[in-house]
Design a protein around this ligand. Structure first.
Ligand code: ADP
Length: 161
C-alpha cells in the first residue's frame, strides 16, 4: 500500500498564542503526520508582538510535539502552501461568527487555488471564549490572563504592558 504523508498548515496571527490556539495545534498534530504553524506577517495589520517575537514564543510552545514546526508566512497562504506542497489548511472555529468569516476565507482560498482543502476544527468548550484581542485588552489593564494563555505568554504580556 502506498503511504502518503498527511501534511497540514495552521495559519494565524498568534498575537499572542492562547490556550485555544494550542488546543487546536495539539488536536491537529494528532491527526496529521506533519503540521506547519504559519505565523502571519501582514504589513496592513498592526501587531502587539513583532513577527520575531511571535515566532520565538510559538517555537517554544510547540516543542512538546515532534511533528509540529513553526514558519513565518509573509506571502499569500495559498502561494506558501503550493511552494511547500501542502493541501490542507486548518482553521479553528469558536462559533457561528467565526464560521461566517472562516467560510468566506475558505471560499476565497479555494478560488485562488482549487487544490486547497480547508478543514475546520471546532474549539473545545473550555476555550471558546478565548480571543487574542480580548486577552491583550485584559492584560493592558493588568487583569489576570493566567487561565487563558501559557505562562510564557503571560510573562511576555506583562513585559509589554
Ligand atoms: P487570524 O488573525 O488569522 O484570525 P488568529 O491568531 O486570531 O489569526 O487565529 C488563528 C486561528 O485560530 C483562526 O482560525 C482562529 O479562528 C483560531 N482560534 C483562535 N482562538 C481560538 C480558540 N479559542 N479556539 C479555537 N480556535 C481558535
Amino acid at each position: 500500500m502506498l503511504e502518503t504523508m498527511l501534511k497540514a498548515v495552521f495559519p494565524g496571527s498568534f498575537d499572542p498564542p492562547t490556550l485555544g490556539h494550542l488546543n487546536i495545534i495539539e488536536r491537529a498534530a494528532s491527526i496529521f503526520d506533519e503540521l506547519l504553524v504559519m505565523v502571519a506577517e501582514n504589513r496592513l495589520k498592526k501587531y502587539l508582538f513583532s513577527v520575531e517575537e511571535r515566532i520565538t514564543i510559538m517555537t517554544e510552545l510547540v516543542k512538546p510535539w515532534k511533528n509540529v514546526s513553526v514558519v513565518i508566512c509573509d506571502t499569500l497562504i495559498v502561494e506558501f502552501m503550493k511552494q511547500r506542497d501542502v493541501r490542507i489548511l486548518v482553521r479553528g472555529v469558536r462559533g457561528p461568527t467565526d464560521f461566517a468569516y472562516e467560510f468566506e476565507l475558505s471560499m476565497m482560498n479555494k478560488g485562488l487555488d482549487s487544490n486547497i482543502e480547508t478543514i475546520f476544527m471546532t474549539t473545545d468548550p473550555e476555550y471558546f471564549v478565548l480571543r487574542s484581542s480580548a486577552i491583550k485588552e485584559l492584560a493592558s489593564f493588568h487583569g489576570d490572563v493566567s487561565g487563558m494563555v501559557p505562562p510564557l505568554v503571560a510573562e511576555a504580556l506583562q513585559t509589554k504592558y
